[in-house]
Design a protein around this ligand. Sequence first.
Ligand code: GTP
Ligand code: MG
Length: 199
Amino acid sequence: MKILILGGFLGSGKTSVLLQLARYLVEQSTGDSPTRVAIIENEIGQIGIDDKLLRSCGYTVTDIFSGCVCCSLNSDLISGIQEIRKETDPQWLVIEATGVAFPDKIAETLFKNLGLESRIITLVDAKRWQRIRIPLENLIIGQLNDAHLILLNKTDLVEEAELLAIESELQELNDAARKFRISGIRPIEAAILQVMAHG
Ligand SMILES: Nc1nc2c(ncn2[C@@H]2O[C@H](COP(=O)(O)OP(=O)(O)OP(=O)(O)O)[C@@H](O)[C@H]2O)c(=O)[nH]1
Ligand SMILES: [Mg+2]
């Protein structure tokens, strides 16, 4: 089971990208049966919205509403994954973190408790970067930590000069991650989806 963690601030485009990614993974199916993709939605609050949208698109979704799964040892996350493995044993598991989660902490929990490796994909909201970058510094920078891939999203809403400025900051904050510009409301190039899945 390959695990992808989608992180990024509230409203940065995680669910929009997840939908395209999940569709891509299913379309890549080679054998007789379609690739099984399971999704974990960690949403804050009682009413899930993203999970309903994803379910309506035919995906198996496990909800974790009990709190942010990046916080210390999260037994709901671990038992949720164990149950998914037992019941559907998917080839792919995509976890949408809450907008206030640190994806590297989730990856650490999975590795320490289940011995599972995961890839971290962090979405950056280009439209709101200038506004939240300083007031939410710990969170925004922390979400980039150990990301394998950084997707600069909502590029349709931002001028080129500002995009270049954000990209240079992102490079300083995490020079190891691969970085792409995307717009979650438009089709994402297959080459980028492939890097999301496989590196
Ligand atoms: N213009 C524009 N809007 C976008 C883009 N990506 C996402 N959106 C919109 O931004 C809003 C939030 O997108 P979501 O995909 O729900 O973001 P999210 O990160 O899953 O949000 P939460 O789960 O609530 O944290 C939606 O209305 C999307 O249609 C983009 O690239 N450009
Ligand atoms: Mg979402």
